[in-house]
Design a binder for this molecule. Structure first.
Ligand code: BGC
Length: 382
């Protein structure tokens, strides 16, 4: 009897497990390294495809208010697209330190480090040659009672891209089976103190990648404050209120309503780090960061994170690239909502620290929950 019961338990739990992720070849890098593309699916209609180069989100399909699915992130059909000059970090895992480091310099434990200034005069998104978006990661698919996932591992040697310490990084994408939620979990350890700040750089257009503009999307950010910057987008160190500025997204606002007020600034539109309000629910590691919706398709996206900040970037440098499926990516036709520690934290003692020490573990997690709204009256503030 006991055996029958445990067999039954086994069968029941097996039947509640999601099916296995699938894998296909995605081509080769210019150095001849093979790249694989993994597919995660759930029973609610969300499909995510992630490749081993840069642990990059290549496709993300979500249903609209009529149940029609579309790929809602920018990308390319092949590795060559991702290796081209046109790639502005589409969908990638970004690091070792995402966003900017002033003049590519920082001092840690009395030693000065110099990094690539690949966004003149600053360092951007981990460097020029071997940043985390450009290397091929090792993938391990898994399935558990919550859904399907892929864990990507990469060991960055001491000194790679100028950063100290051998950094062991893992990024797991987990697609929930019973909700339209994709969660990205980041972990890292080091053998020398080193800055770490990881994010995903997906460009979203909830109307479908290749749709004209995101200026009709509506956004709400859980942020009373932001970090003002100089003309090279490096924080001044101050933390200021969004009140009476075009950065006030405390209530749902149409993105296009005030973007032109920023076009003549150094940011050329929205390209700002918002300081997330501290957690209301102390039981949860996660904090609500952003709500995005597209009135046309009805698709909505809710982002929760363990990170203290979020960079909202309105695709100001998109320039009409030809992307996946023959689609064109026009100026401001997609946006990024990058959960992270604040830019240039390594040079600002007053910001939450990005320094990882030997013996400690870096941990960060962000969840993206997709839904639909059928509301006719989608109210926004002026
Ligand atoms: C930055 C932008 C930059 C873009 C590059 C964003 O994270 O904030 O300034 O142009 O990445 O892809």
């Amino acid at each position: 009897m006991k055996h029958v019961c445990s067999l039954l338990t086994l069968l029941v739990s097996a039947s509640t497990l999601a099916s296995e992720p699938t894998v296909e070849d995605f081509g080769k890098t210019k150095d001849g390294e093979a790249v694989q593309l993994y597919t995660l699916k759930n029973e609610k209609g969300l499909v995510a495809k992630i490749m081993t180069r840069g642990a990059t989100l290549v496709e993300l399909h979500a249903p609209d208010k009529d149940g029609k699915s579309a790929d809602i992130i920018l990308g390319w059909d092949d590795v060559a697209g991702y290796e081209s000059e046109d790639n502005q970090y589409f969908g990638c895992t970004t690091g070792r330190v995402c966003n900017r480091i002033a003049k590519g310099k920082f001092t840690l434990d009395g030693e000065e480090y110099t990094l690539a200034t690949n966004n003149d005069p600053n360092h951007l998104h981990g460097g020029a040659e071997r940043s985390l978006d450009k290397v091929v990661w090792k993938a391990t698919p898994f399935t558990n009672k919550f859904g399907q996932g892929i864990r990507f591992n990469y060991t960055s040697p001491d000194g790679e891209e100028g950063y100290p310490g051998k950094l062991k990084v893992s990024v797991s994408y987990v697609l929930a089976n019973s909700a339209n939620r994709l969660t990205i979990n980041y972990k890292a350890t080091t053998d020398k103190a080193t800055p770490v700040n990881l994010t995903n750089h997906a460009y979203f257009n909830l109307g479908g990648a290749g749709s004209d503009t995101v200026l009709n999307h509506q956004l709400k950010l859980n942020a009373d404050n932001y970090t003002p910057t100089d003309d090279t987008l490096i924080p001044t160190g101050k933390i200021e209120s969004v009140e009476k500025t075009p950065l006030d997204f405390r209530k749902m606002r149409k993105i296009g309503a005030r973007v032109e007020k920023l076009t003549e600034t150094a940011a050329l539109g929205y390209d700002h780090n918002f300081v997330l309000n501290s957690k209301k629910d102390n039981d949860s590691r996660y904090n609500l960061a952003a709500m995005l919706r597209d009135p046309e398709s009805g698709r909505t996206l809710r982002i929760s994170t363990t990170e203290p900040g979020i960079q909202f970037y309105s695709g100001n440098f998109l320039k009409g690239q030809n992307g996946k499926d023959g689609k064109t990516y026009a100026h401001r036709s997609a946006l990024c909502l990058e959960t992270q520690h604040f830019p240039d934290s390594v040079n600002h003692d007053s910001f939450p620290s990005t320094i990882l020490k030997p013996g400690d573990e870096y941990m960060s997690s962000t969840s993206y929950t997709f839904g639909v709204t059928k509301e006719q009256d989608q109210k926004t503030e002026k």
